[in-house]
Write a new protein. Sequence first.
Length: 490
Amino acid sequence: MSETTTEAPANTELDAVMAAAAEAAPVLAASTPPQRAAWLRAIADALDADADALVPLAMRESHLLEQRLKGELVRTTFQLRLFAETVERGAYLRATIDHADPSWGMGPRPDLRRVLRPLGPAAVFSASNFPFAFSVAGGDTAAAIAAGCPVIVKAHSAHIELSHAVADHVRAALEASGAPEGAFVLVEGRQVGRDLVLHPELTVATFTGSLTGGRALFDLAASRPTPIPFYGELGSVNPVFVTAAAASTRGQEIATGFAASMTLGVGQFCTKPGVLLVPRDAGLEPLLVEAVRASTGGDMLDAKIRDGFFDSLDPLADRDDVVLLAGDPARAEVPTPSLYGTDAATLLAYPDELLEEHFGPAALLVRYDTPEQALQVAHTLEGQLTATVQGTDDDPDTAALVAVLADKAGRVLYNGWPTGVSVTYAQQHGGPYPATTAPHFTSVGTASIDRFLRPVAYQDVPDAALPPALQDANPWHLPRTVDGEYVPAQ
């Protein structure tokens, strides 16, 4: 099937899955906040109860360490419960009521009431690098169920056994807690994933993965007779800018922190710092080289990802204007953490070639000569998930960089490292393209529920025909905005 195809081929099994999801959609949309919260907590409880079996299975398939996977499972069940609380509080619906007003300034105002409602069947494409938190029962699934959408998860081939084990828990928990049949299903296979995006019953899709794969699915979603929202997280080099003041006062701390962040999870985080800009002759480069050389490698998620990592480094090795400062470029079962070096003038001349993402334990050190040159590099950047400034509080270079980077990234960090994305209310995990396909949304945190909702306004509709969130009696006890004034939950 070509990427320009706008209709999915016949697939009776997928048709049955989507028919069940479509039938479940209005039931989920009409469910109450306590019902959805119960479903989410039931899934979390089931996963926690089987952690002793799930973590070893994840270790075997992903090659990730036990402690990392235990923490990731904790994150997964935490975000399920956090979404349960979000649904119960109800503020995410942004219920707004404007009563009829004959003296409204621009002329008589009708009774208008606005609320967010679920889109319908949602596709969730699992990620390779987070077998729990961005997979079958991860944040996208939690947000979609919280919004009231049936979920069709496309399993990732890197951890099929774990995907089925988690899916069994999700299905059983939903059934036991009263969710309708069709609320959740797991599918697998690359072709099935493409067919899923094109299926006429699908209303929204989320994806975390490569730029190539995500862009292909994004184009499919847009090519449909009825295009659907496609929220793809695609790629990011997560640049880090070190000011001269920071390099002179915290050089060793910066070098150690960078090496730890760059090699965390064998460099297989979407927020890995892949480009580090340092002032030339600030004495930081030898410290960075030493810190990277002292780092240890590890098994990557699978052979395909490892081979892709080495393939991405080949163009750097062929360049005369890029030098290997630390590491070993030789292909091996366990890649050696590597640091390449160049200067800002070269980067500015060849940004497309040198700002490629390397999904693994490698990064590019870029020497700049003046603060103005560092700012020039910042202006050149494409969209990023994160951008970091290592600076000092009273440093004018810090403020200038933060101002530019806010236009380039979804999250701007100061004196920290981008790996480690807290699941919270204010989190923004997204950014301008190519970091994501929708920069005004996040895939982490409670605001990620917005991807599965759309606003509807009701004009002069009788109270009995309104959704509960907008009825005068407020039966769900939601916080609402009424005639421009915030009214807390009662």
